[in-house]
Design a protein around this ligand. Structure first.
Ligand SMILES: *Cc1c(COP(=O)(O)O)cnc(C)c1O
Length: 257
């Protein structure tokens, strides 16, 4: 499905309402309360003027994939005052400084080196950062995210980093038109979260499941998502395909877009 470009305030407001309705409907089908799912609007590649329209429509948090882009937008839109930025893309240690300074949440933690570098910078900034651990639930599709088998020991090691407030797990499902293959990724993340919860370091919580995007967020909600990351259904189709943002996914055969 190709989402039409949303250029005007009316279009963005209408798209937001429609995504919220779809979230509510998926919650109802799954017997969940509508406020048990957070919408994270994903604004990568979206320019400042359209992000401001989303703000005017009620959005107060935005997800971005690339550090340079989120830094620029954070500076350009500082006048708004009450926007939170969430980094949802892979991070290199040389970029942690910006994230430690300005992000409220980082959803793609998958390396202890990055965790350690973030901890050092956060201590200097006197800040904490909510983090989700990214898990590769589709095996073949992405080079990012931890294999589920190593997640337990990874999470135990995160207790060395008190400035990182571990909240849960994040995944990207396989990019497939086969809904059952997509669903299997979400089930895998939920089951992993449930297992990890049994033996967490003291004080650590593991409630959040960030899973589902424009093409699959309803399935994710049926399988327990607490955060859905939605870009194109709000702002319109992006020029660049998904594999531009997630290297190696170019290798899978069944892109939905
Ligand atoms: C871009 C992106 C999304 C949103 O994808 P849409 O198809 O725009 O909804 C979700 N998660 C991550 C990690 C992304 O990079």
């Amino acid at each position: 499905m190709l989402y039409p470009q949303a250029q005007t305030q009316a279009e963005i407001t209408a798209n937001l309402a429609s995504v919220r309705e779809r979230i509510a409907a998926a919650c109802a089908r799954a017997g969940r309360l509508p406020d048990s799912v957070r919408l994270l609007p994903v604004s990568k590649t979206v320019d400042q003027s359209r992000i401001r329209m989303a703000y005017a429509a009620g959005c107060r948090v935005f997800g971005e994939n690339k550090v340079q882009e989120v830094q620029q937008k954070w500076q350009e839109m500082a006048d708004l005052g009450d926007v939170d930025w969430v980094v949802i893309g892979h991070l290199q240690t040389n970029k942690v400084k910006v994230v430690a300074k300005m992000a409220r949440e980082f959803q793609a933690l998958d390396s202890l080196r990055v965790a350690e570098a973030l901890e050092q910078r956060l201590q200097l900034e006197g800040r904490t950062l909510d983090v989700l651990v990214q898990i590769n639930t589709s095996d073949e599709a992405s080079k990012y995210g931890l294999h589920p088998d190593v997640a337990a020991s990874f999470v135990q090691q995160l207790r060395q980093f008190p400035s990182l407030r571990v909240k849960g797990l994040m995944t990207l499902a396989v990019l497939s038109t086969d809904a059952e293959r997509v669903r299997a990724c979400f089930v895998r993340l939920r089951e992993l979260r449930d297992r990890l919860r049994i033996d967490l370091p003291p004080g650590m919580h593991m409630d959040e499941l960030s899973m589902g995007m424009s093409g699959d967020f309803e399935i994710a909600i049926e399988e327990g998502a607490t955060v859905v990351r939605v870009g194109q259904a709000l702002f319109g189709a992006r020029a660049l395909p998904h594999h531009h943002y997630w290297p190696n996914q170019a290798l899978t055969q069944e892109h939905t877009q």
